[in-house]
Design a protein around this ligand. Structure first.
Ligand code: TRP
Length: 318
């Protein structure tokens, strides 16, 4: 799991009641939607891991390549003895690249809503980097959280990879950047991985892979609703659809009903027209400029961009 977050988690966030209420709320809305945070149950997380390895899905590979190539330059910007705070750390695979390059990092604070994932990977990290204080923090990183007292005085560097910021609406992305600024404090550095606007064919392929893994990932949301809420979605009667909307600069992911049908979820009957869609996710793409403008609007100053032309890791200063 290298890209996980508070809204991408296999752990129950609230209760099954919250899950049911969110699902019914989304399916009775017009147009129909489902919250993307529910993609990441155990099956969904495994499918997402496979997406990151697909030939068509370039963002993970590009970001890791940029981190590998530029980690020394990034680490050189870190204040000595700093705490690296990752928002939605999952497996910590990307942070590890920075930590390996930056002997100046005194502590790594991995914030993730899923405690299980945190423990496993961090134990290994502690063995590999014995000088480093590793601190898991089980929290929803989109909400205020406290830095542990013994680490509170260290200068802070934030890390938010995976273009997870692209899964927020732009206004929410700005609100998140502002919130992260509050957590990180004045003068903090923030590294944010952001997918770039690019050739539409390349974008389209990344979310419509030949092997159909992204389709499975999207459809798993319905399978999960069947499993956990006893619904009767016929998975063969829904199709994955993902396309780039240039106007909004975003990939939209939908599940399309291939025929008129009714589905029963938790006592509710949901009617679908033929071709009616459930909007499941957006992935906004930014140019270097459009992201820097967004960051500025949220109280950050751009200091550097590390890019391979397909993906960008932005360094911001508060
Ligand atoms: N944030 C990444 C992206 O938008 C990861 C992601 C979220 C994703 N949902 C996805 C990747 C669905 C593939 C399919 O690209």
């Amino acid at each position: 799991m290298n890209i996980r977050s508070a809204f991408q988690t296999g752990q129950p966030i609230g209760t099954q009641d919250t899950f049911a209420a969110d699902v019914i709320g989304g399916l009775t809305a017009q147009p129909k939607t489902l919250p993307p945070k529910y993609f990441y149950d155990l099956a969904g997380s495994a499918l997402f891991e496979r997406i990151t390895e697909l030939p068509e899905y370039y963002p993970t590979r590009c970001e890791i390549g940029i981190l590998r190539d530029q980690a020394p330059a990034m680490a050189a910007m870190f204040p000595p003895g700093c705490a690296l705070i990752e928002f939605g750390s999952g497996s910590s695979r990307k942070a590890r690249i920075l930590l390996g390059a930056g002997a100046t990092v005194a502590a790594y604070i991995a914030v993730d809503i899923s405690g299980d994932f945190l423990q496993q990977d961090l134990a290994q990290l502690e063995r590999d980097l014995p000088h480093l204080k590793v601190h898991p923090l089980v929290a929803d990183f989109t909400k205020p959280f406290a830095i542990p007292q013994k680490l509170a005085t260290l200068p802070r560097v934030g890390f938010f990879p995976g273009s997870t910021i692209g899964n927020f609406e732009p206004a929410e992305a700005a609100a998140f950047l502002r919130h992260a600024g509050q957590v990180l404090g004045r003068g903090a550095l923030f590294l944010v991985g952001v997918d770039l606007v690019k050739d539409q064919t390349v974008l389209h392929r990344a979310y419509n892979d030949c092997a159909g893994v992204t389709a499975q990932f999207n459809l798993n949301l319905l399978a999960r609703i069947n499993r956990e809420l006893g619904a009767d979605f016929d998975l063969a009667a829904f199709e994955h659809r993902a396309f780039f909307d240039a106007e909004q600069s975003r990939i939209e992911m939908h599940l399309v009903s291939t025929k008129p049908q009714q589905v029963h979820v938790n006592g509710a009957t949901i009617a679908f027209r033929r071709d009616e869609t459930i909007h499941t996710e957006n992935s906004y793409k930014y140019t270097v400029d459009s992201f820097q403008t967004l960051a500025c609007s949220a109280g950050w100053s751009p200091v550097e961009v590390f890019s391979d032309g397909l993906f960008a890791v932005h360094a911001l200063r508060r």
